[in-house]
Design a protein around this ligand. Structure first.
Ligand code: BGP
Length: 463
């Protein structure tokens, strides 16, 4: 049997505004939550003053250098590029009556540049950032006013870019709000579960409203959700471990269940009751939630294990979620366990559960790269990781899973989200910059650049 990728399968990469653009105070942009977290999404929140050092302030200066970068993506053969719009370029404080023309004009230029090479944009409305103005004034997603502001923002960008952008996503890794409340819902880290779930509810309502607006405004447009694909396995076959694993998987699948089905799943009734959480859900909220997404997108980096054994639990590690290590898997330098087969398992699980097309919008290996004396970068470890994962995507397609495309994370080196480091690199394109902000920002092609070019050129046959 020859396994193949379907016609129309989109190939590309994914970046996020706050991790590449820089220019954090240019063009009328307001401060976002990301600007206040110079040490990453788990770092402390700080007040910013002009001239403070934060690696994301310049990032890779994509704001000014995007024509060169898009040209390099085109050289690899990209047919899609996932990026996000910085909400604060469009509504600097979040609650203005009218959008900021300079911000809109920037994204016009960016999408026009992509169009020159037939690269389709896939745009996330909010990737780990929101206007700080909405937090100061209303308390972020704790307030229903934020829902209205988000809808105004979504309608403004759908209207402006309706002919240039057909593929949209609402909130990046919406389930991360549980682990990084400030980044996810604009609440203090010490917020209790009651406050966090109410804010998440508001975000889910806003997601529904954005879906409705997209369907009204963007002809032939499609809008999806975005989940951190946090697949968990039981560490043992003890029924208690299997049960605990099911419960923990539900904590993230819950978001997909609401966004795909349009209502809260039955299991959340007991989940909330056990924790004395009461969500205020209005009749209008219920109607808004019924605007369900067209496709499911997700990130996939690793899997982890769950156990009810206290001693084993002490070994939990991994810097995004606490997972118990799987003894059968190797780890990246950052402790993320590498599991290509898990991607096939996850894709089957999501497709069985939802019967909606999937889009893998993030996948990749963060690693330290070495520049050789002749300037070459031989990132065979990255090639191996991506190759192994793409082989499993192809298997999942053969299993019957409908897949729209694949955008690996960080096709060009960028600032890492979790710790705002620069030395954790994902790119096919090297950017000369270090953790202290030194470097020329000059771009160069790594070995993986040519590998991916061949993969895309052969539509996956070279894998
Ligand atoms: C996801 C985020 C991205 C990204 C990626 C890699 O969670 O959506 O923004 O950065 O993870 O994580 P990191 O940058 O911490 O290595």
């Amino acid at each position: 049997m020859t396994l193949r990728f379907p016609d129309g399968f989109l190939w590309g990469g994914a970046v996020a505004a706050n991790q590449v653009e820089g220019a954090y105070q240019t063009g009328g942009k307001g401060l976002s939550t990301s600007d206040l977290q110079p040490k990453g999404i788990f770092g402390d929140r700080v007040e910013r003053h002009a001239g403070d050092f934060g690696i994301k302030d310049t990032a890779i200066d994509f704001y000014h250098r995007f024509p060169e970068d898009i040209k390099l993506f085109a050289e690899m053969g990209f047919t899609v590029l996932r990026t996000s719009i910085a909400w604060t370029r469009i509504f600097p404080q979040g609650d203005e009556a009218e959008p900021n023309e300079e911000g809109l004009a920037f994204y016009d230029r960016l999408f026009d540049e992509m169009a020159k090479y037939n690269i389709q944009p896939l745009v996330t409305l909010s990737h780990y950032e929101m206007p700080y103005g909405l937090i100061k004034k209303y308390g972020g997603w704790g307030s229903r006013t934020t829902i209205d502001c988000f809808e105004r923002y979504a309608r403004a960008v759908f209207t402006r870019f309706q002919h240039k952008v057909k593929l949209w996503l609402t909130f990046n890794e919406i389930n991360m709000s549980l682990h990084a409340p400030f980044t996810g819902v604009g609440l203090p880290e010490e917020s209790d579960q009651q406050a966090i779930y109410q804010a998440i509810h508001h975000q889910l309502v806003a997601s529904g409203r954005a879906v409705k607006a997209c369907h009204e405004i963007v002809k032939d447009g499609k809008i999806g959700n975005m989940l951190l694909g946090a697949l968990l396995y039981p560490l043992s076959c003890r029924p208690a471990d299997v049960m605990e694993t099911m419960q923990q998987n539900r904590e993230w699948l819950f978001f997909g269940d609401v966004q795909v089905r349009g209502y809260y799943p039955a299991y959340m009734k007991r989940f909330f009751a056990d924790r004395q959480i009461q969500i205020n859900i209005t009749d209008q909220d219920k109607r808004d939630l019924q605007n369900t997404i067209d496709y499911i997108s997700f990130s996939y980096y690793m899997t982890g294990c769950v156990t009810t054994n206290e001693e084993e639990n002490q070994k939990a590690r991994g810097n995004i979620l606490s997972m118990v290590p799987n003894p059968h898997l190797a780890s990246s330098d950052w402790g993320w366990q590498i599991d290509p087969e898990g991607l096939r398992i996850l894709m089957n699980l999501l497709y069985d559960r939802y019967q909606k097309p999937l889009f893998i919008v993030e996948n990749g290996l963060g690693a330290k790269d070495k520049v050789e004396a002749d300037g070459s970068i031989n990132d065979d470890y990255r090639i191996q990781y991506l190759n192994d994962h793409l082989v499993q995507v192809r298997e999942a397609i053969e299993d019957g899973v409908e897949v729209m495309g694949y955008t690996c994370w960080g096709p060009i080196d960028l600032v890492s989200a979790s710790k705002a480091e620069f030395s954790k690199r994902y790119g096919f394109i090297y950017v000369d910059r270090d953790d202290n902000g030194n470097g020329t920002l000059v771009r160069s092609r790594k070995k993986s650049f040519f590998w991916y070019q061949e993969v895309i050129g052969s539509h996956g046959a070279s894998l």
